[in-house]
Design a protein around this ligand. Structure first.
Ligand code: 13P
Length: 258
């Protein structure tokens, strides 16, 4: 089993003072109870990044830091956007690409997702490609074709040297923030399918995460029966205890499965 990856997407929550506080809390708990096998990443809003990376560095917190989005462009007249080189200067090592909220609310189509992914990889950062179907697609039974198309659009032609930097997060839109977690069978079926499609695009060892109402109670079954390599956590990542409990579950599952 590959090393589990647990990512906390704070979305548009926590101002920089609150972000510092949460990062310090995470640091204290992790010092007392380190997660031996798990790679933990937090993904704060842009304006919190500098504060969070400063706490991570000064307190030596065993966390990496990611951004929720980045521009596909490196520089220029793109009001409101943030570039990958700017993130890199802040010691940000991860970028979420094509989160469903960006796709649905900020017109991020497959082409922009693919360009952004290329930009992130060209600069050597880790890219978390988010895919997943809306409820209507699931109800019409077309989720497999839908996700396949998203994967092809984003991943076709990724250079060999960049492939280890790609992680895929399956986040069914209907499960996000809804309390409606996908069943372990649904997660297993889609995870296996994603691995097959990724392998057909030469990404044989890609990590596949699940996101959508993950919490400390459902994490173990999603991981063991759902067959994922970790989680992209929204709401439950806003509290140190619930986020690190999910991390602990992933850690224990790794011990069990090894
Ligand atoms: P929730 O865990 O709040 O459902 O959010 C999932 C998500 O969108 C993470 O990116």
């Amino acid at each position: 089993m590959t090393r589990p990856l647990v990512i906390g997407n704070w979305k548009m929550n926590l101002d920089y003072v609150e972000a510092i506080h949460l990062t310090q809390q995470l640091g204290v708990i992790l010092k007392n109870k380190p997660l031996e096998h798990v790679e933990l990443v937090v993904v704060p809003p842009f304006v919190d990044l500098r504060s969070v990376t400063s706490v991570v560095e000064s307190d030596r917190v065993d966390l990496e830091v990611g951004a929720q989005h980045a521009s596909q462009h490196d520089t220029g007249a793109h009001t409101g956007e943030v570039s990958v080189p700017m993130l890199q200067r802040l010691n940000v090592h991860w970028v979420l690409v094509g989160h469903s909220e960006r796709r649905a609310m900020y017109a991020m189509n497959d082409e922009v997702v693919a360009q952004t992914l290329r930009t992130v990889l060209r600069h050597g950062l880790q890219a978390v490609l988010c895919v997943g179907e809306e409820l209507a697609v699931r109800e019409s039974g077309e989720q497999v074709d839908f996700v396949t198309a998203q994967l092809h659009a984003a991943l076709a032609g990724v250079e060999e040297k960049s492939r280890p930097l790609v992680t895929i997060a399956y986040e069914p839109v209907w499960a996000i923030g809804s309390g409606l977690t996908a069943s372990t069978e649904q997660v297993r079926d889609m995870t296996e399918h994603i691995r097959t499609v990724a392998a057909s695009l030469s990404l044989d060892t890609v990590r596949v995460l699940y996101g959508g109402s993950v919490n400390p109670e459902n994490a173990a079954s999603l991981m063991i029966e759902g067959g994922v390599d970790g989680f992209l956590v929204g709401g439950a990542s806003l509290k140190a205890e619930s986020f690190l409990t999910i991390g602990q579950v992933a850690n224990d599952c790794y011990d069990v499965k090894r």
